[in-house]
Design a protein around this ligand. Structure first.
Ligand SMILES: [Cu+2]
Length: 411
């Protein structure tokens, strides 16, 4: 009976493992995995660009972009006190050679300031040929990975020609592809051989039940022979000596070793002038109409700048809803995450300097559903965030971060 239950549980477990492993979309790698309120109200990416999309082995692709750290950071998500910007790629097919935040070289994690804007640059070097979807993404401590937009990059050429040499502080040039490999493999082999030998030494003898019987009959002294004890003592002396010896040798070969750095990098957000702070947007009411997949937003916009402005785009969770009547740069209409005619404004006139105007906007596209952002209403936190891009007649951009609770409409 017990065996039956066990095999039943085991088969359910196997089925679950299989289901979780079997991909239903081989291209997705977690872009839609996080709850909508986290994707919309933590890291708000914009202007993300890839320097090229077809490169040869050893060529570089530079990923640049900006992100805004939402002011209305969700209560249930730990604050970004240690955040690490990385690139999502399927394995070491490209290597990251440089990374900058606000123009500053960036090695470790950094604390991000809520409400701040940051400018990043990542340099990648192609290692293995193939076609890869590359995203910048943020690893947020205790919160998870917030994906930025992705782009397909094709790598051609011969993997054997890949080079990855770096010059150390002491002036030595090392090949990162092979450096320390023999050493690492040798140590692993040593411990595996030693561990397996010790295991086999005991396993070759009668095991649990015969030993248990000997123990019960008071014959336990016969279980461990003097030779066993001698070998055990030998291991106890030789292994630590060997480890300390190897350590002393390494230390004398490389006297100036620096440990891996664990401190956080200190990087300030961009000065507020970058986004001017010249436009203030107060959300009055936001409704999402489920059947027509439309976010209806009523906003009060105050223009503190000295130029008349118009709304050009609403961006949230890497989706971009564009006002088609305004010719704005970087529309990227062919991008699957861009709704090129997705933003409709009821009274789409210039907002004059000093004017406060109430505007109704509708961000409509099936992307709300296909990107699984409509799951917002099944969350305990149904607040949405995003960036509103406004432009003056000269094309200068003003960015306002918005945050609003969303009411679903099911008809
Ligand atoms: Cu992707």
């Amino acid at each position: 009976m017990f065996i039956h239950i066990k095999s039943y549980v085991a088969s359910i477990f196997m089925a679950l493992v299989f289901l979780s492993v079997a991909p239903n979309n081989a291209y997705a790698h977690g872009e839609k995995a996080l709850e909508p309120f986290i994707r919309m109200r933590t890291i708000q990416w914009y202007d993300v660009q890839w320097s090229q999309e077809s490169l040869k082995v050893n060529d570089e692709v530079v990923v640049t972009g900006k992100f805004h750290v939402a002011e209305d950071w969700p209560r249930s998500v730990p604050k970004p006190d240690a955040a690490y910007l990385n690139v999502a790629i399927p394995g070491p097919v490209l290597i990251r050679t440089e990374r900058y935040l606000n123009g500053q070289p960036w090695v470790s994690s950094a604390a991000l300031k809520l409400g701040g804007d940051y400018d990043f640059k990542i340099v990648l070097k192609a290692r293995l040929p193939g076609r890869y979807h590359i995203h910048p993404f943020f690893n947020l401590q205790d919160a998870g990975a917030v994906m930025g937009p992705g782009h397909w990059v094709e790598v051609t050429g011969d993997a054997a020609t890949f080079t990855n040499s770096v010059k150390t502080i002491s002036g030595e040039t090392v090949d990162m592809e092979t450096y320390g490999l023999v050493n690492g493999v040798s140590w692993h082999v040593l411990w595996i051989v030693l561990g397996t030998a010790w295991l086999l030494w005991w396993v070759r003898r009668p095991l649990f039940i015969p030993r248990f019987k000997m123990l019960k009959s008071g014959n336990e002294d016969a279980l461990i022979t003097p030779l066993d004890k001698t070998i055990a003592k030998g291991i106890l002396v030789v292994v630590p000596l060997f480890v300390f010896g190897a350590y002393a040798m390494t230390d004398s070969q490389h006297p100036n070793a620096i440990p891996l750095q664990a401190a956080l990098d200190q990087i300030e957000p961009l000065p507020p002038t970058v986004n001017n702070g010249a436009v203030n947007v107060k959300m009055i009411r936001t409704e999402y109409r489920v059947p027509v997949r439309t976010m209806n937003m009523v906003a009060q916009i105050h223009n503190y700048s000295d130029q008349p402005i118009r709304i050009g785009e609403f961006a949230s969770a890497n989706l971009r809803f564009i006002n088609p009547s305004l010719d704005q740069p970087g529309k990227n209409e062919e991008d699957t995450l861009v709704a090129a005619k997705g933003l409709v404004i009821d009274d789409d006139k210039l907002i004059q300097p000093g004017e406060t105007k109430t505007v109704s906007m509708a961000a409509a596209d099936a992307l709300w559903e296909t990107e699984k952002l409509d799951g917002l209403f099944r969350d305990a936190d149904s607040r949405m965030g995003g960036l509103l891009f406004l432009y003056d007649p000269s094309g200068k951009r003003y960015i306002a971060s918005i945050s609003t609770s969303v009411i679903p409409k099911f008809d």
